[in-house]
Ligand binder design. Structure first.
Ligand SMILES: NC(=O)c1ccc[n+]([C@@H]2O[C@H](COP(=O)([O-])OP(=O)(O)OC[C@H]3O[C@@H](n4cnc5c(N)ncnc54)[C@H](OP(=O)(O)O)[C@@H]3O)[C@@H](O)[C@H]2O)c1
Length: 243
């Protein structure tokens, strides 16, 4: 038996990851910001794969949300083997033009939310036999993108968290890695018009946008025993956007 907790699992990369993990037989604790999406995901995956799935909703910027998720794992399974810190929000904005509230929100959800989630899960994770964590960063956090400086900074924080946590938690047997997706066709890219999509495709060596499944497969690999000697890494899943 193995239990995985996935934040932001109602759609996009988180949902695809939950799907992969359920397929592999993991029991799940799923999280979404709103109740409806994650409740639907939980009942679909439980029905399709026969695994046990619990879910909860809430703003990940509020530490009470991740505390409640870990409590759910403890109360229902008494264990947590894998953690996917994926919930995140995006906003573009040129420097000098980005509202104060947007700056605060990007850091609260993407950076502080990730720190709260990891921190609240550590004690339960440490009891597992081969615990592993994957955080969803972004190529904006490794390389920067004009017009997305604050989002990029919030994702750079996720990378710092990943590397420091890998060093701190390695001696306790917990592996911590991140994925850095490029342009992935989820709701997060909905604001792009057709010309914007074509531009991003042209910048990507493999000549297409990524799918949520492309990222989920790498997350599942990093959580698996096949990656047992990999920690503190930020793995690009970007089709050669950044080389
Ligand atoms: N798509 C890309 O091109 C791309 C590239 C690089 C990195 N990423 C990162 O990948 C992760 C997943 O993104 P995605 O593309 O799958 O986006 P998505 O389809 O928009 O899904 C976002 C997920 O995060 C949840 N969420 C958003 N704000 C939240 C909040 N304040 N509190 C709790 N949950 C919240 C959403 O829940 P609800 O459904 O309930 O709203 C949803 O489950 C994010 O961290 C994102 O920054 C995405």
């Amino acid at each position: 038996m193995s239990v995985a907790l996935v934040t932001g699992a109602s759609r996009g990369i988180g949902l695809a990851t939950a799907h992969r993990l359920a397929e592999q037989g993991h029991d799940l604790v799923l999280h979404g910001h709103g109740e409806t999406g994650v409740a639907e995901a939980a009942s679909t995956l439980a029905g399709k794969f026969g695994v046990s799935v619990h879910h909860a909703a809430g703003d990940i910027a509020d530490p009470a949300t991740s505390k409640a998720l870990v409590r759910l794992a403890f109360e229902n399974f008494k264990r947590l083997d894998a953690l996917v810190v994926n919930a995140g929000t995006h906003a573009a904005g040129m420097l000098g033009m980005t509202a104060d509230a947007t700056v605060d929100r990007l850091f609260a959800v993407n950076a502080a939310g990730a720190a709260h989630t990891l921190q609240n899960a550590v004690r339960l994770l440490a009891r597992a036999e081969n615990p592993a964590v994957v955080l969803t960063a972004s190529i904006t956090g490794t390389h920067g993108v004009a017009g997305q400086a604050v989002y990029a900074a919030s994702k750079a924080a996720v990378i710092g968290l990943t590397k420091a946590a890998a060093k701190e938690l390695g001696p306790r047997g917990i592996r911590v890695n991140a994925v850095a997706p490029g342009f992935i066709a989820t709701d997060m890219l909905d604001t792009l018009d057709e010309a914007g999509r074509q531009e991003r495709i042209a910048d990507t060596a493999l000549g297409r946008l990524g799918t949520a499944g492309d990222v989920a497969d790498v997350i599942a690999f990093l959580l698996s025993d096949q990656a047992r000697f990999v920690t503190g890494q930020v793995i690009g899943v970007d089709g050669g956007l950044v080389l």
